[in-house]
Design a binder for this molecule. Structure first.
Ligand SMILES: NC(=O)c1ccc[n+]([C@@H]2O[C@H](COP(=O)([O-])OP(=O)(O)OC[C@H]3O[C@@H](n4cnc5c(N)ncnc54)[C@H](OP(=O)(O)O)[C@@H]3O)[C@@H](O)[C@H]2O)c1
Length: 250
């Protein structure tokens, strides 16, 4: 059956890849619920979609993904507002500025809360709904950074690894019910998260990434690197023995 999406939620839709993927979904015919904390930025994304694709094609919902007690009721309210749901994309993410000799649990906590616990809180009710209706698509924005425990950002690498494993479990549970689960692993994308970082290469815009994400999702891919060449990098990185990897400054 050809892939189509009429009703979607994007969590982390106020900027970067989440905003770009929301625009991409709208361009492909979907009505999109935009979720994030910054109301002004959400309103800009909503207005741009409405201007391009018609009034009411996007709706904004202000929410902090660490308010876990509110997630299930907000999810239900959005599904009711949209009168159903075909796809959910969890794009919310944050990184901590951790120095190479720094170990700081206070900085690590929000990284795990936003990148992993927030994803679990949003994707569980979506998984239940999609299982019951025997169709639907779950998309999670992980990272190549989750493919190995590198020196740079321990909690970020761990949270993205945890997210990839959680998504794999959802896929293994839900594929028998006709539900697709796609894990997206971007390399370096030009967004607020990477601005000011040095040593970036193969940089892509958020709009370019969103088109690649759509392609992966519409082809019902399990895991997709963005852009695809990062799959080779990942393969090399994962093949390096631990005893050598710990001596590398990557
Ligand atoms: N940029 C890259 O090179 C790169 C590479 C690999 C993976 N990623 C991943 O891609 C995803 C999107 O990031 P991006 O690069 O597009 O950066 P971004 O522009 O900073 O987007 C991050 C999004 O997450 C939302 N968010 C953060 N904390 C939140 C919270 N507590 N509650 C609700 N929403 C929250 C932000 O919205 P508010 O601030 O308005 O809440 C924003 O919409 C992230 O998961 C990131 O880890 C990025």
């Amino acid at each position: 059956m050809p892939f189509s999406c009429q009703k979607a939620i994007v969590v982390g839709a106020s900027s970067g890849m989440g905003a770009a993927f929301a625009r991409e979904l709208a361009a492909r015919g979907a009505t999109v619920a935009l979720v994030a904390r910054r109301k002004d930025e959400l309103d800009k994304v909503r207005a741009a979609i409405d201007t391009a694709w018609g009034e009411g094609r996007a709706r904004a919902y202000v929410h902090d993904v660490t308010s876990y007690e509110d997630t299930a009721s907000l999810f239900a309210a959005i599904v009711s507002d949209l009168d159903g749901l075909d796809l959910i994309c969890y794009a919310a993410g944050t990184m901590a500025d951790i120095g190479p000799d720094e170990f700081d649990s206070a900085k690590d906590k929000p990284v795990v809360e936003v990148n992993l616990l927030g994803a679990i809180a949003w994707l569980n009710p979506a998984a239940k709904l999609f299982q019951d209706q025997r169709r639907g698509t779950i998309v999670g924005i992980g990272s190549i950074a989750g493919d190995r425990g590198r020196r740079a950002y321990p909690s970020y690498h761990a949270a993205k690894a945890g997210l990839a494993t959680f998504l794999e479990s959802l896929r293994n549970r839900l594929s028998q019910h006709g539900v697709n689960v796609t894990t997206i692993k971007p390399g370096f994308i030009d967004t607020a998260m990477t601005r000011g970082m040095s040593g970036l290469f193969w940089l892509r815009t958020a709009d370019e990434a969103a088109r690649m994400i759509w392609k992966a999702v519409s082809k019902r891919r399990s895991t997709s690197y963005v852009p695809a060449r990062w799959r080779i990098v990942s393969w090399v990185i994962r093949a390096i023995p631990s005893v050598i990897f710990r001596r590398l400054s990557i």
